[in-house]
Structures are given as C-alpha cells and as structure tokens.
Design a protein around this ligand. Structure first.
Ligand SMILES: [Zn+2]
Length: 238
C-alpha cells in the first residue's frame, strides 16, 4: 500500500521544481497568507496541502475517496497519502519554476521524505521560512474568531475582520458567538499537540542549514518584506 506511488506513476517523472520554499509556523502565525504573498512576489506556485486535500475531495475517486476516510474520522491524512498528493502536485508543469509549500512538511518524517523526494530530482529545499509567534499570542489570535449564529455561519475576527457592530453579524444581523473550538482552553490543548511536531520540523531544517526564523509579532507587510529578502538571497546562485 505504501509503495503505491511507484505503480500509479507510469513514467517516473522526478519532482523538478527548481526552487522549493517551505513555510513553517503554528496555526495563527499567518503562514498561509505569507506563503501566498511570497509566491506572488517571486512568481512561484503556492502549494497548500489543505487546498490539495480539498481539491482531491471535490474531485472524488480514487484519491479523494481515500482522503475522505480519514477526514471524516477527524484523523490526520497518513504520510504515504500526503506524500503522494504532494509529489503529484510538484510534478505538474506549473510547479517547475518553483513552489512555496504551506502545511507540509508537518513532521520530521515528512521533512525527511520531502528531502529525498527532491534529491531524486536533484534539487533541495532552498529555505525553510519559520514565522515565530509566542504561544500566548497564538492563543489570543486564534481565540478572536467569532461565527454568526445564522444559517450562513459568517466568520469574523476581532482583530482582522471585526464586525461593524460588536457582536452582530454584518450580513444577517444575528448574534456572533465563539465556538467551543475557539475557546482559549481548547486552543491551548490543540497547540500542545500541534507544536511539538512543528518544532521537530524546525530542528530538521536547522540541521540541514536552511532554516530562517522571522519574528511573527509584527505587521504583515514587514514580515512579508523580510521573507522576500531571505528568499531572494536563497535563490542567488552561490
Ligand atoms: Zn451571518
């Protein structure tokens, strides 16, 4: 089962992305936004595993059906499936120039698998960009989400998308509520599970010499500029 990648790739096309950037950061660190911005600035393809899974789910069988089994149980998609999805995406022509990975690798094992995947195509991670945000600040950011109690379930955020009238949905005027998932205690528990694997990924890239940490407690634009400078330096032939 784990060897399925070889059989369903009739021609063994290596992953040919010439510039591979990896965004690393906790939920709430803003890495999705920064991945998009960096990709636009450098004309790279943003590759979010979350988006890839959603696309596969929409398109259905066979991969979507397999992913659905895990997603429906609330389980993480296992590494062999994730790796297959990433590998297939990186093989597409639009990924050839380079990619910014977001949501992958999530663990040390995935980071190692990515390294060997890239080595087969004679390339490597150009830079791992780690957006560092302290846990209390992550909790504060994640706890700011409010959802309207109407059928539209419109989403707001106390910092980044505040409603025009406090506590009331702009669209349908129903009261905004905090989901139990977004309560600080729940968020802290979730982060306690999610952060250790992320620190392993950080360690991994520290070890391979491509880690660049930036402080994430600053305005988005400032972070974006710093990430762009780092990425441009990493792209220069040495
Ligand atoms: Zn609403």
């Amino acid at each position: 089962m784990t060897q399925a990648t070889r059989e369903d790739a009739p021609r063994e096309i290596p992953v040919g992305s010439s510039s591979v950037f990896v965004m690393v950061g906790a939920p709430g660190a803003g890495k999705g936004t920064q991945a998009q911005r960096l990709a636009v600035s450098l004309d790279l393809l943003p590759v979010s595993t979350g988006d890839l899974f959603r696309t596969a789910l929409r398109e259905g069988a066979p991969l979507g059906a397999e992913i659905r089994r895990y997603v429906e149980k609330g389980a993480l998609v296992p590494d062999p499936v994730t790796l297959r999805v990433v590998r297939e995406r990186l093989r597409q022509p639009d990924a050839a120039h380079g990619v910014v990975l977001d949501g992958f690798p999530r663990t040390r094992a995935q980071a190692e698998a990515l390294d060997s995947m890239l080595a087969q195509g004679r390339t490597r991670v150009a830079a791992a960009l780690y957006i560092e945000v302290e846990t209390p600040e992550l909790v504060r950011r994640l706890a700011g989400r409010r959802v309207c109690s109407g059928p539209g379930q419109h989403i707001f955020h106390l910092d980044s998308r505040p409603p025009r009238r406090p506590g009331v949905c702009d669209v349908d005027g129903t009261p905004l509520v905090q989901r139990s998932d977004d309560e600080p205690e729940t968020i802290r528990a979730r982060l306690a599970r999610q952060l250790p694997p992320m620190y392993e990924v950080v360690d991994h890239y520290q070890g391979t010499g491509v880690l660049h940490a930036v402080r994430g407690d600053r305005p988005m634009d400032e972070i974006a500029e710093e990430l762009l400078r780092i990425a441009q330096r990493a792209l220069k032939p040495s």
